[in-house]
Write a protein that binds this ligand. Sequence first.
Ligand code: DQA
Length: 148
Amino acid sequence: MNNKIIIINGPNLNLLGEREQSQYGSDTYEGLKKKCFDKSKELDLMVEFAQSNIEGKIVDLIQNARKNFNGIIINAAAFTHTSVAIRDALDIFKKPIIELHISNIYKREEFRQKSLISDIATGGIFGLGSDGYILAIISMQKLLKNEN
Ligand code: DQA
């Protein structure tokens, strides 16, 4: 079945709920994970929710996803703006990729306004808070359904 997705979170997203609530809201990482599991279940998707502060571990997650998952939702956090390695790994994936940001990166500091991922992603969601994860799951389900 074409229904396995992985949601990959980059550095500092494990501290959601504690860090800069004005940008990232009050949902905790664990709370967000539960919401994503509930929505995925409702849509008949199997979801894995992962987080790492380490660039190479994110590259490993993306490489392993080629065998095990049909789609990737990724909030690469600060690595969005810096990591050619994560971009290259995503480019090899060749299945749907949704880029996600909780905040509107285009309204923030100049260094955040460049994403190395956007032009190779299928689509993106930014600035809609942690609801963006739910919207991304809904969109991914539609993308995968259309591939069947
Ligand atoms: C973020 C935006 C990034 O610029 C930042 O480094 C993050 C989170 C977001 O979800 O809004 O850690 O990806």
